[in-house]
Ligand binder design. Sequence first.
Ligand code: P5A
Length: 437
Amino acid sequence: MRLSAYFLPVLKETPSEAQIVSHRLMLRAGMIRQASAGIYSWLPMGLRVLRKIEAIVREEQDRVGAQELLMPTVQSAELWRQSGRYDAYGPEMLRIRDRHEREMLYGPTNEEQITEIFRDLAKSYRDVPRMLYHIQWKFRDEVRPRFGVMRGREFLMKDAYSFDLTPEAARVSYYKMFVAYLRTFARMGLKAIPMQAETGPIGGDLSHEFIILAETGESRVFCHKAFLEKDPLAQEPDYEADLEPVFKDWTSHYAATEDVHDPAKAAELGDDLITARGIEVGQVFYFGTKYSKPMNATVAGPDGQPILLEMGSYGVGVSRLAGAIIEACHDDAGIIWPESVAPFKVGLVNLKSGDADTDAMCEKLYGELAAAGVEALYDDRDERAGSKFATMDLLGLPYQLVVGPKGLKDGVVEIKARATGARDTLSPEAAIARLTA
Ligand code: P5A
């Protein structure tokens, strides 16, 4: 993409309405635009990141055997009356009437909808177990939408649902999702700690929130410092095997959100206790028959007798993650994207647009990167070098490939790694080899 032609409204000034750094940087880097309170448009740069996050979520869901479908955003009130949640959900639910005065709602979550689908379409015990997920917009009329996409009213969620015949089997599904979440967040460069959590309006008696430690986080959390050293990617789990040991390993140390915090237990940790604030990027729930029972969702067992389905649900805050990653990965100059979610891998900086040799070399490198499938943003604008560097640092692409007339005289270009600031001077061929490796 050529910057001269890109729809990228970079802001020079710090927007005054943004209270936290990720919100400021998302606005300054031209990623999002507020439409109304807690509702955002995703501009081209922001959408690229959102799609990268989605792709990682999708891969890890597929890996544990979850299957993607797509349910609608608008649901009928009738459906929610079947579970008893229509009245219980409260003012966070956006309630709508259609032209026939039928009561509808914009879905804040999809437990009812998936339960109805599974109840009506899965017939026997042979259709179970299944894990189904979608990545779909949600609406929650939050009292205090804030921090940009971190607490929005309209937001993108990956929500998965598991169906099993027994509580023991449902736990196996829970462990699978738990492991998928550890890997999902780690692949985004995040240290997400699974913490015991309250189940709230979703229900059930077993739940974990996946929390990133950050001062700007909305929840208070408590955990053992051992979590800071653990790496979910150190070993590829065997998905055919029993994942309970992985779950047990990750839940053997104390970690709890404020709502379920046990001060006496935490005190036993002594100096090993971390008290911090955190951002919730995902939450998993096991709630058994909470929905299947009132909605009469059963399958026929081997003896023909109906078996009530055992269920769990599993959410990832896809749009929130864009902000959360920036909270975890930035410096004073701007964003520092982990390569896995970066909107482009390389920012190609032409230090002297209009200079024939420099332009020609940039065109050549840009073409070679494209041919190798490396996403590059080419700053071909007629701007001062200083301002181009500042823009690239703000945008936070992992590598800057800098080309200027001085270097070219000596046959060299420069690669700067955004994360470390390390610079390397090398031949254009070597630079391409490095960036396409
Ligand atoms: C699990 C999947 C659920 O809704 N039902 C389906 C369950 N869980 S949850 O914890 O309430 O939400 C899942 C994740 O969505 C993100 N999230 C939000 N992101 C941005 N703005 C919001 N207002 C918002 N509310 C929830 C969180 O990351 C949460 O973990």
